[in-house]
Write a protein that binds this ligand. Structure first.
Ligand SMILES: [Zn+2]
Length: 328
């Protein structure tokens, strides 16, 4: 494995992010791999409690067109063709199939990447450089939803065929967003964590606390709820009634996060450690705007949830999260 200079060694990752630098691409890939690994573990471990499930292989794919300099992307990330694997989550169907980052995807169930149609209206909504990867992801998702999938890959100049198991999990995918700001968000389907925030975590338990909070928003369908109530989530959404509704979704996300963490084998106490450290270092900011509880109150919520777990009998080592049970 190539060890790259981590992004945190730079002044400001977004400003200093030079897509033509091999180390920058490799650092970004390492963050994506870490996020994908923790995120997949959270969605996989909590599957029994999710009503809506999706089938995903724990793979993060990328397109060479996402990178301005193709020669550097080929060298740093192992592209031979247009579509390659960026990350494979441990213990995922992708890992079980023996797939690795750097493997090129040539065909999915016999459909070659070059022949995948890009004229679907949904695909046309994507920016030009993201249409092919969106189409490939859709094809893979659809194929997996119908059963095991045969992937044709290219590794070290050799063509191989692997079979990827169709295995359900809670919905959500994970991606790093290159930014100098510390932030994380959930759009209902994807959890995004900025590169700047991803570098801030001391360990995977802390990282899992933030991913679990954002994942909780997705699993509890908060985005749909807020849209249905036409809550203004923009700047003025911080005021009045909107703020109250958003705050209640934040409280729910905090409460559910520690259950998601413990079920995936992460230490829920890390949520307290992380948010306390973050709260002390950032008196103001995204996590403590009027819609978000101040960190001391958030710690109380985590402690309340952990007290509930302490008197519960786990089933197969897992604790049924009350907020998800309520949805079923
Ligand atoms: Zn939140």
């Amino acid at each position: 494995m190539l060890f790259a200079t981590p992004l945190y060694a730079q002044e400001a990752p977004a400003a200093g992010y030079n897509p033509e630098s091999i180390l920058a691409l490799k650092s970004l890939q390492l963050l994506d791999q870490r996020l994908n690994a923790i995120g997949y573990r959270l969605v996989e471990a909590n599957t029994p409690y999710c009503t809506d499930r999706i089938v995903q292989a724990g793979l993060l794919l990328h397109d060479i067109d996402q990178y301005p300099d193709h020669a550097i992307a080929r060298f740093a990330l192992g592209f031979d063709g247009p579509i390659a694997i960026n990350a494979v989550a441990p213990d995922s169907p992708g890992a079980a199939a023996g797939l690795f980052a750097g493997d090129d995807i040539l065909a999915i169930n016999g459909m070659t990447v070059a022949d995948i149609p890009l004229d679907d209206p949904e695909i046309m909504k994507e920016a030009m450089d993201y249409r092919r990867i969106a189409a490939v992801n859709n094809l893979l998702d659809n194929a997996l939803s119908q059963g095991d999938v045969v992937l044709e890959i290219l590794r070290g100049g050799e063509q191989r065929q692997v079979t990827v198991e169709s295995r359900p999990s809670c919905p959500s995918r994970f991606q790093i967003e290159v930014s100098a700001d510390r932030g994380a968000s959930a759009n209902g389907k994807i959890v995004s964590v900025t590169s700047r925030l991803a570098e801030y975590f001391l360990n995977d338990d802390e990282f899992s606390a933030v991913i679990a909070h954002e994942l909780a928003h997705n699993l509890l369908k908060h985005r749909d709820q807020l849209d249905a109530q036409s809550v203004n989530r923009g700047f003025f959404g911080q005021l009045g009634k909107s703020a109250g509704r958003i705050k209640s979704t934040e409280i729910e996300a905090d409460r559910l996060s520690v259950w998601l963490m413990i079920n995936a084998g992460y230490d829920p106490q890390a949520a307290i450690r992380f948010w306390t450290r973050y709260g002390k270092e950032h008196g103001k900011g995204i996590f403590s705007a009027s819609t978000h509880y101040r960190w001391k109150k958030r710690v109380d919520l985590f402690e309340e949830e952990m007290a509930k777990m302490a008197v519960m009998q786990p089933v197969d080592g897992k604790y049924a999260p009350p907020l998800l049970v309520k949805m079923n």
